[in-house]
Design a protein around this ligand. Structure first.
Ligand code: NAP
Length: 258
């Protein structure tokens, strides 16, 4: 069955949707009539307020607590997400973390590497596997959107584990795009630059200064809405002949300039 033949509003699972970019995506989808599953790990208040805000905008949403890095967490998430409204049409792999401490790669610990890779790569890799199996079993066309980062291609020696996790996500996007296209499931990667959220709060003043001096061709910081609008463009069907595509949402930061 194709998505257009399914009855009722489409269902989106957005990981890490209580705050930041994920919240922006959840609100944008909710406002446009999607049923939204708002996953979070620890901040129940933010997730509840996201659900409330979607409700106030006339949409439907539910919060699901689960740690995407843990296999039991993903099992819970899959069960509750699919059970909520009978299926999932869109997975947005947004949940992510920076290293708890920025340290030189010569000082990086195995514990920090494992933690960041677990949340940013192993979690979305196996969650996507679970959702893809569900979509195939239900003969349900669908969309998967991975929130990568310009750190996939820009080296930051003070957070190497983060860069490596996002480079891995780039290959994960290609692998699932290739594997799932014949089943009508398209996979995209959004690659944000510097976006104003809790994650960047500690370095925001420095980035704000750099950006005002021309560090990025578009001289402003990004907002969660910038990423959310790209998601909307994808799910509204404006890229029907593309899969495995990377869309930079970075004010032009990826451009090589002289
Ligand atoms: P954020 O403000 O720190 O929010 C992170 C969100 O992820 C929170 O909702 C958090 O849940 C959730 N989360 C973290 N670990 C989780 C886990 N193990 N299981 C489930 N949820 C988890 O971050 P953000 O800036 O919005 O970043 C969102 C995504 O964009 C990340 O993948 C990040 O790498 C990527 N990104 C961000 C930027 C940027 O400049 N901000 C740039 C490029 C890419 P709780 O609320 O429960 O803690």
């Amino acid at each position: 069955m194709s998505t257009s033949e399914q009855t009722g509003p489409r269902v989106a699972l957005v990981t890490g949707a209580g705050r930041g970019i994920g919240r922006g995506i959840a609100l944008a989808l909710g406002e446009r009539g999607w049923r939204v599953l708002v996953n979070y790990r620890a901040d129940a208040d933010s997730a509840a307020s996201c659900v409330r805000e979607i409700g106030e905008a006339g949409g439907e949403a539910r919060a699901i607590q689960a740690d995407v890095a843990a296999s039991e967490g993903r099992a819970t998430l899959l069960r509750e997400a699919i059970g909520a409204w009978g299926g999932v049409d869109l997975l947005v792999n947004n949940a992510g973390m920076a290293p708890r401490q920025r340290v030189d790669i010569l000082e990086m610990t195995e514990a920090s590497y494992d933690e960041v890779m677990g949340v940013n790569l192993r979690g979305p890799l196996f969650l996507t596997q679970g959702i893809a199996r569900h979509m195939l079993a239900a003969e349900r066309a669908g969309t998967i959107i991975n929130i990568g980062s310009m750190s996939a291609v820009v080296a930051s020696t003070s957070r190497g584990e983060y860069c490596i996790s996002k480079t891995g996500m780039g290959m994960m996007t290609k692998l699932y795009a290739d594997r799932l296209a014949e089943h009508g499931i398209h996979v995209y990667e959004l690659r944000p630059g510097i976006i104003e959220t809790d994650m960047t709060a500690v370095v925001l003043e420095r980035y704000r200064r750099l950006v005002s001096q021309g560090f990025t061709p578009i001289r402003r910081l990004g907002l969660p809405q910038d990423v959310a609008l790209a998601c909307v463009a994808i799910v509204e069907g404006h890229f029907p002949f593309s899969t495995g595509e990377v869309i930079n949402i970075d004010g032009g930061q990826h451009l090589q300039r002289l």
